[in-house]
Design a protein around this ligand. Sequence first.
Ligand SMILES: [Zn+2]
Ligand SMILES: [Zn+2]
Length: 205
Amino acid sequence: MKLELHLHTNRYSGCAMNTPEEMLARLVELDYQAVFLTEHDAVWSEREIRDLQNAWPQIRIFPGLELTLYNLKGFCHLLILGATEEEFLGMTDPGEVLLRAREKNYPTILAHPYRWEGAADMLEKGHYPDAIEGSTPNVPPPQAVMAQAAAGEMNMPVVNSGDAHDVDFLGQYWIETDQPVDTPAQLRQILLEGRYQNRSADEPN
Ligand SMILES: [Zn+2]
Ligand SMILES: [Zn+2]
């Protein structure tokens, strides 16, 4: 199954160009089987997700969030997959966020750790999410290589994603698994156990 773990829509992310419906239509066209809608510092309601799911039975739709965590050098972007709780929006301490996410069994992924100063600060402070983001259309390849190297050193999983801000970001980088993903907790297990592959459009088939 083909999964998108990092996607924005113009419903809640000011920097995104397309509606949820436009993004879902493109995902279905590209044969994605599951998606996490991860908006910047905003959470979806369970009801909105249910309505979207009813309208798009072809693809499994999960909520999520990309939380900004400020530090002395700048800020980190942490993906919390499955989260709908507003309490996350008020949290500023990475340790507290990770603890709460783990209580809920939500996968946590540090997005684009080398995209700007401070983006990997939580790692330097010893706060390790479940995984680190590798290749996306939003990071130059050398930054993805740095993420791979850092993850290797820390023995953490690396995941490709679309970090999709419009429909053209889709179908470039994603992950695939032959395991079922019916809950965020299942995905977390899959990531931690490495039962997935990173994929990209430019690799030979
Ligand atoms: Zn980001
Ligand atoms: Zn993003």
